[in-house]
Design a protein around this ligand. Structure first.
Ligand code: NAP
Length: 227
């Protein structure tokens, strides 16, 4: 069975996850940060796209000392496994995700990734190959499952999230909707990529759990099982 996949992100009231320059912006507030930290601490792995690593340089570590301690007491690394989906091994070796925090890092590459860059990253992380020219997310999840990973949180960005949705790999979609308008037709949204054309292909969601938070709302949807 593949790992359970939760997509989590913050978007503006007009459905943007950053600016048209792909610049990271603060959309959520302290309570939502706390919620995301708890969610993160409960995962076996956090997955992010190379676009987000290059744009934001996130470390994706668990921030709360108490949550880190809880993980340690449970015999786990303080941070979940952190995974970059990066077909061409473009992750900078000095990226924060490789430098900060503890626990295993995985760079998921394709068979066409240049050997020299793969070699550089292999000194700092586990390199998994899945897919010919682009990372095959179905295969990646299978490989993660074989490593004992049962719960995965996808942090973004929009291109990678679309990749997960378009392959039918998402179980839960959580978003903080913040009280700002960012605008811009080229600003990233939660699920970019090509998008579906036929209504029959849309991903159906169950009615959401709604919680007010930080002047916005947290929406938590489960993907409706169609079979
Ligand atoms: P992204 O989704 O982080 O990464 C996309 C890249 O992943 C692709 O271009 C592709 O590059 C790689 N990839 C490999 N295999 C893939 C597959 N099967 N399906 C999809 N992608 C695959 O990049 P992005 O869309 O440019 O998003 C970055 C933006 O999102 C930034 O502006 C960031 O600030 C924002 N963001 C916002 C939040 C939030 O919560 N508000 C969270 C995260 C990110 P290769 O072909 O080179 O592998």
């Amino acid at each position: 069975m593949r790992p359970y996949v939760t997509v989590n992100l913050a978007m503006s009231a007009d459905g943007k996850i950053s600016t048209r320059e792909h610049r990271q912006v603060r959309i959520s507030g302290p309570r939502d940060f706390g919620r995301v930290d708890i969610l993160k601490a409960g995962q076996d792995a956090i997955v992010v796209g190379i676009g987000t690593v290059l744009a934001d340089n996130p470390s994706l570590t668990v921030k709360s000392p108490a949550l880190r301690e809880d993980r340690r007491r449970a015999g786990k690394d303080e941070d979940p496994v952190r995974v970059v989906v990066d077909s061409q091994a473009r992750t900078p070796p000095e990226a924060d995700i490789l430098r900060k925090g503890s626990g295993e890092r995985i760079i998921a590459v394709s068979e066409s990734a240049p050997g020299e860059r793969v070699g550089l990253l292999a000194d700092r992380a586990t390199v998994l190959t899945a897919g010919k020219d682009r990372v095959d997310l179905v295969r990646l999840l299978r490989l993660l499952g074989e490593r004992g990973i049962r719960k995965v949180m996808v942090e973004g960005g929009g291109t990678l999230i679309w990749g997960f949705f378009s392959r039918g790999l998402v179980d839960e979609f959580c978003t903080f909707v913040g009280p700002v308008i960012i605008g811009g037709r080229d600003a990233p949204t939660p699920a970019d990529g090509e998008g579906f054309v036929k209504e029959g292909d849309f991903i159906p969601l169950e009615p959401p759990a709604v919680t007010e938070c930080d002047g916005g709302v947290i929406l938590r949807w489960k993907v409706r099982k169609t079979n």
